[in-house]
Design a protein around this ligand. Structure first.
Ligand SMILES: [Zn+2]
Length: 138
């Protein structure tokens, strides 16, 4: 006998940001909706694998889909928090190599040095700052 449709587990949304996935999961759980995050172990073990698996998947029961959407709609657009920086050269998502956060941005220094490097291209600087763990990296 096939599974009832009520028991079907689906991917609700994908996130690049581990923290956002947890925030959304917590909101759903607070509303009594069972859900879980897939692929997180892979991510924390190897941050660079993040893109390969397409981010973090938040899994829910299909029967809860409409409720999940309603809950998140009431929260505003959470995906605005799921901003990612794209590397201009490779078009890849920039991920902190220290903590796997996508909460990164160009350093002020790199904006300044991008002017310098256009004149002196051999100067290479750490171009990204992680707002999660406060590390700079290239
Ligand atoms: Zn970090």
């Amino acid at each position: 006998m096939a599974l009832k449709q009520d028991d079907k587990i689906i991917t609700f949304e994908n996130y690049y940001d581990v923290m956002l996935a947890h925030i959304v999961r917590t909101k759903l759980e607070d509303n009594g909706i069972p859900c879980f995050i897939a692929d997180e172990n892979t991510l924390t073990a190897n941050p660079l694998y993040n893109q390969a698996v397409g981010g973090i998947k938040l899994k829910i029961f299909e029967r809860d889909l409409e409720r999940c959407r309603a809950i998140l709609a009431a929260e505003g657009d959470m995906h605005e928090l799921d901003h990612v920086e794209l590397d201009e050269e490779t078009n890849d998502v920039v991920i902190c190599p220290f903590c796997a956060s996508t909460n990164v941005g160009p350093t002020d220094r790199s904006k300044f040095e991008s002017v310098i490097t256009s004149i002196l291209p051999f100067i290479n600087s750490k171009a990204w700052h992680c707002f999660n763990c406060q590390q700079d990296f290239e």
